[in-house]
Design a protein around this ligand. Sequence first.
Ligand code: GLN
Length: 304
Amino acid sequence: MIDFKSVLKDIQHTVTQIEDKGEVANYIPELQHVDKNAFGIYLNVIGSEDFEIGQSQTKFSAQSITKVLSLALAVSKNADEVWKRVDVEPSGNPFNHISLLEVENGFPRNPFINSGAIVIADILVSSLKNPKQDFLEFVRLLANDNDIHYDTKVAQSEKNTGFKNYAIANLLKSFDNLNNDVDVVLDFYFHQCSLYMSCEQLTNAFFLFANHGRCLSNKLHISASQAKRINAIMLTCGFYDEAGEFAFEVGLPGKSGVGGGIVALLPNKFIISVWSPGLNPKGNSKIGMSALELFTTKTNLSIF
Ligand code: GLN
């Protein structure tokens, strides 16, 4: 039996000594007021107990991590439509890349780059009665936790400065791959990204991907095959132009966000969330990646 408690302790000890912790995202102005030295991990080992270290209960901006949750909800409601409007190929490009949209006639390469996530947001705006509230309730249900909220200051801050996302949404609209009003879709998307969650809450919300589509309270939200597919997209596209590096170093399906969080999982075995707000140049948590590399190396638990 692996001593997860001491593994997490060792990881914390090692990564706190790394001097270069990366840079906190500031292109969304509200995100920059975070302590670069913050660090937390929350681990759920399926069938065993949970383990945590550091600021595992501190909430932060989940940002692109939420793209996996919006995809799960869209797939649960409109599986066939989703794959007609978004592809499943790694992009090898930054999250906010635009030119591929032109080359491929408005068909985003995958649901985890911004263009793809904005199409998913459009599908949810069309299919939910009260999109923002319904999405929030879905995440609360997955995490079995009602203390999850949007950070409206962050959503507003991104709205004020999200020029590239406006460009992407307009381009999608010009290619007929956005059915709703650009402002309505982006308002949903900015709120979705602003979800304010702790490592524990993210780990809980991602439980269904490691458990064949059944969430913590055993409700089936997506089929086992849909969960398998979403894990495959996390592995190949979860880290933008660093997806190869994450597979190489860590070897797990996962998803990062510019708030400095990363969630990763091994189906049937565990779900882990790490938070450290400093990012590397590709927009992924620098210390978070190191911590997860140490975790899979020390425990020998990866899909490879
Ligand atoms: N809301 C952010 C954006 O659209 C999400 C980016 C991210 O976390 N990679 O730019």
